[in-house]
Write a protein that binds this ligand. Sequence first.
Ligand SMILES: [Fe+2]
Length: 288
Amino acid sequence: MALITSPESILDIALAAMQSTENQRLKTLISSLTEHLHEFVLENQLTESEFERALQFIVGIGQATGKNTNEVVLVADILGISSLVSTINNMDVDGGSYAALLGPFWRKNAPLCNWGESISRVDLGGQPMEVHGLILDEFKKPIASAIVDVWHSSPSGFYENQDRLQADMNLRGRFKTNENGEFFFRTIRPAGYPVPTNGPCGELLRAQKRHPNRPAHIHFMISKPGYKVLITQVFDSSDENLESDPVFGVSRQLVGEYLTDDKTGICKLNHSFVLQAGEMVFPAPPIP
Ligand SMILES: [Fe+2]
């Protein structure tokens, strides 16, 4: 094995040491990551104290991760990596994505509901809302009998499992599309909410003078055998934080028109979703 002759020479020696990796994809990914990291260190002439600080940050991320929090996911989110991975794997013809992050609050087995049923299971006040949706395939043909799993935060920005005031499975439900690919449910208008700021990610956001508030949104997970499961979010068009989402989750396709009906005061959202043909695979639920 070669010996070090300059800072730049270390990369080649390290890459050579990885040559025998049997798994070719692992070899490609780790070699490429190593190259980028070496380049980063050289380009920025990283000091020893900066390196130590970076390692402390990574240790802190692990320590802040537990049963109810996942700081590892959060750091990927606030650096735009989660959104990048989601976008390149769910690209539509316009180069955008109909998909968005699952987020930490999806629960499996939300109640199965009927057409027009309300998922507001306890009186929290807030603006009543009606959501109409249409599920299409890539050829714009409606998809009947798709399952539309929805969940969102309360008017004060809390998910049911974060909030003592809410009933179990409040603001969560599953609906089935009719023969025209449509679904309809009632609820109350969600509010935006901050990502957790009590760990190293909060410290980083503060240092970068970034606010932690996600724009208001409703989560959707749409499935039908023969199609890829679409995991997405539809954001409130009137939210002031659309362009400063701390996790960079908002694309043009994901902004929904949350319109208030002047006569009834009801907020109405009409949105269509496109499913891509593929295998129906569900993610692991982040919480039980
Ligand atoms: Fe959310």
